[in-house]
Design a binder for this molecule. Structure first.
Ligand SMILES: [Zn+2]
Ligand SMILES: [Zn+2]
Length: 337
């Protein structure tokens, strides 16, 4: 039986925290459910999931959808698109069976890249190597979500490019739901119509998903003013880690949302907050663990929540006793000693 390999490459950078990430996880499970109901897909479709953030990870190698178990998709900082392309190229050559004169190999794989940001690593070299592979290793489809996507990059990467347009964050779950229904339908009809190598069937696009042709995508937002800025903090009461996300409204970074994260969120390295001038930052967040309002910036670089403005404070990151000065909200500074 010739297989139809399907690769999902999912951006798991910190900007997908919240609705986007939950919706993608649900989307993957639903997609599996849908494909398993289609006898054609059940016979032919094999699925792999590769995530990319600080680096790329094969979280699920190419597996028969009957046996596929939807994996966890942990989030880390960064959007390593170059590493994702390189990993994809390696996996395709390892996992996909080429045709030989004696035997038909697998169908040409379908690849879906899902991203919400601009690459943070070197991607041109990996892309050139990917494109130099002959015969063409896969049919690649890229889906960009949000204002920070560089569609010019996606155009170079993919055969087909789509843009997800959410009016608001509240709309994201429904939008991702429609996207995954559409992806499932596309894979379903590709598995049914396999007479030649699969291209993405022209199923009607769902509401909120638009095809991007050359030159008609809006350029990415000013990279010096990304949509979100993140601060990594440690709760001084519980020692647990959290992120504060502020959203750019055209003037300021405000409207904080906090996310509890595990310590290993930063295992790949904390790239730190981007260089946003402090006068643009309006942070009225509270610690999601202990509700503390103040923030202590230690000289070691760590930021932690602070219940009271004590005169001496032990930094939960470096363990140093610190004395404090300054008192404006959200920005108490400290010195070691
Ligand atoms: Zn706290
Ligand atoms: Zn410290």
């Amino acid at each position: 039986m010739r297989r139809l390999p399907v690769y999902l490459l999912i951006d798991t950078s910190e900007s997908t925290l919240g609705e986007a990430h939950d919706s993608i996880m649900q989307g993957v499970s639903k997609m599996l459910g849908t494909l398993r109901k289609n006898p054609y897909a059940l016979e032919t479709v094999w699925l792999s999931i590769i995530t990319f953030d600080a680096t790329a990870r094969v979280v699920a190698p190419l597996t028969d959808i009957c046996e596929f178990v939807a994996p966890e998709l942990p989030i880390h900082p960064g959007t390593a698109l170059g590493a994702a392309i390189e990993t994809l190229r390696t996996r395709l050559s390892l996992e996909v069976m080429r045709s030989t004169p004696e035997k038909k190999g697998d169908w040409r794989p379908l690849v879906f890249f899902l991203t919400d940001g601009a690459p943070t690593d070197e991607w041109r070299g990996p892309l050139a190597r990917f494109k130099a592979t002959t015969p063409r290793p896969a049919h690649v489809c890229a889906i960009g979500c949000g204002d920070d996507v560089d569609f010019a990059v996606l155009r170079e990467l993919a055969d087909e490019v789509f843009q997800l347009n959410a009016e608001s964050e509240q709309e994201l779950p429904e939008l991702f739901n429609r996207l995954f229904v559409w992806l499932s339908a596309s894979v379903n009809s590709a598995s049914r119509g396999l007479e030649e190598d699969a291209a993405l069937p022209q199923n009607a696009l769902p509401k909120g998903v638009a095809r991007v042709e050359n030159g008609d995508a809006t350029p990415p937002r000013n990279p010096a003013r990304p949509k979100f800025v993140f601060f990594h903090r440690i709760c001084s009461t519980t020692r647990r880690h959290y992120l504060v996300r502020l959203t750019y409204n055209g003037k300021f970074y405000s409207s904080p949302r906090t996310f509890k994260v595990e310590k290993d969120f930063f295992s790949e390295g904390d790239p730190g907050a981007p260089e946003i001038p402090s006068e643009l930052i309006v942070d009225e967040s509270r610690c999601p663990y202990c509700d503390a309002y103040y923030v202590f910036h230690c000289e070691c670089g760590a930021m932690s929540c602070l219940q009271n403005r004590e005169s001496v404070f032990t930094c939960p990151s470096c363990g140093q006793k610190c004395s404090m000065f300054g008192s404006h909200t959200g920005g108490i500074r400290g010195s070691l000693g």
